[in-house]
Design a protein around this ligand. Structure first.
Ligand SMILES: [Zn+2]
Ligand SMILES: [Zn+2]
Length: 404
């Protein structure tokens, strides 16, 4: 099943939203919102399923693209894993044989231990990709730390593995690794996206760190792993709050560096369904691209033409004539509330990311007054998340911050 969302329904607003692009340009002709998860782990690192099974899950659940992002490794070369080291592994081996046939996995016995060979990305692609319907994008989770503080970043559509580089602080660790990605980008001519993962995981990355790491262009405003302190705690801000703090600080200091928000699964566990486990299907991006190809997806993200979602789907999203507007693709019996969050140019510490307008219903618009540093929209639905990562979670969507 493939989700294709046409812009025709939203033809009234004819300028595609490109939060940080030049804003010039006509209708987003032929562009469609494509659904993808950009943060996934398999047996190539610390996930508990075979990459082809994971790809098959996303493909059969309406996703258009998936990036497998293992810790400091990409799925090339030969890798054998134990086939019976624990119950979960036995189940995984049984399931892959059932889905792809008893001869699909290559087997051997090494020191009396039965083993199976993991398929490379190329092998998985050959098995599950369908042009125009579902693709895999090469990725890596550049997994590092400064002292004890984790600094994890995903590189999407990269050509070869990037080994994490050291920095003299958290922000510098982010910066030097974004630079490594940018160097590979320049060298290969590929459009590669690098984003910061789960800033609140072990409270590794603060708003100050992200503000200072000016080359950082994207971060996970939503990560479906329940161990990443998504919503902060009594003393520390949640990821959405961090976002407003960083954008406001950067703009106040006249540093126009953008920070765009991603939603991802960070899925590791595929054989259980529990709020306590990082399972698939929680958060994703909807990218308005001209075609289902890694380069086209990366270009659209570079231009800010995407939104983050945990279930809410948009039929339209536009910025034209100083009006930021969106339209939800409504589900029967579900209600939607759009809040527009802004920081005004003269705002004090209490005015960071405040709600400047609330609109009920499937359509919402905000007209800029010219006094805003930026405005972003969040749609909150009344629908409980079918696979929540925290108690009481409902489906949402976040659009990118827009400057007047
Ligand atoms: Zn991580
Ligand atoms: Zn991860």
């Amino acid at each position: 099943m493939v989700r294709r969302i046409s812009l025709v329904a939203f033809a009234g607003c004819c300028v595609a939203l490109a939060a940080w692009a030049s804003q010039a340009g006509g209708p987003a002709k032929g562009k469609t919102f494509l659904k993808g998860n950009l943060h996934t782990h398999s047996l190539w690192s610390d996930g508990d399923d075979f990459p082809e099974m994971i790809a098959d899950w996303y493909k059969s659940h309406g996703y258009d693209f998936l990036a497998l992002t293992e810790h400091n490794v990409i799925a090339t070369g030969t890798k054998w894993v134990d086939a019976a080291s624990n119950k979960t592994r036995e189940v995984a081996v049984e399931k892959v044989a059932k889905r792809f046939g008893p001869d699909w996995l290559e087997k051997r016995v090494e020191k009396n231990r039965p083993q199976v060979r993991l398929k490379t990305l190329e092998e998985v692609k050959a098995k599950v990709e369908e042009p125009g319907k579902f693709i895999l994008v090469q990725g890596e989770e550049i997994t590092h730390k400064f002292g004890k503080l984790p600094v994890h970043m995903n590189a999407i559509n990269l050509a070869s593995v990037i080994r994490p580089a050291d920095g003299a602080s958290v922000s510098e660790t982010i910066t030097v690794n974004v630079r490594q990605v940018n160097e590979q980008k320049a060298k290969t001519g590929r459009e590669i996206i690098a984003f910061l993962n789960h800033p609140n995981y072990n409270w590794g990355v603060s708003a100050d760190d992200m503000t200072q790491a000016e080359e950082l262009k994207y971060f996970e405003v939503y990560n479906g792993h329940p161990g990443t302190n998504q919503n902060g705690d009594k003393e520390r801000p949640g990821c959405e709050r961090l976002w407003d703090m960083v954008i406001s600080r950067r703009f106040k200091a006249n540093r126009p560096a953008p920070l765009l928000g991603m939603a991802t699964d960070d899925s590791h566990n595929y054989h259980v369904r529990s709020m306590k486990s990082p399972t698939p299907g929680r958060g994703w991006v909807m990218v308005r691209a001209e075609s289902l190809e890694p380069a086209a997806l990366a270009r659209a993200m570079r231009d800010g033409d995407f939104y983050a979602s945990t279930g809410v789907s948009l039929a339209g999203l536009a910025y034209a004539g100083k009006v930021l507007s969106l339209e939800v693709r409504p589900e029967p019996g579900i209600t939607y509330t759009t809040t527009f969050h802004a920081t005004m140019k003269d705002a004090g510490p209490d005015g960071i990311g405040v709600v400047v307008s609330t609109v009920e219903g499937a359509k919402a618009a905000y007209e800029f007054k010219g006094t805003e540093l930026y405005v972003r929209a969040k749609v909150t639905s009344s629908k409980p998340h079918p696979n929540p990562s925290y108690a009481g979670e409902v489906e949402c969507a976040w659009t990118q911050p827009q400057r007047p």
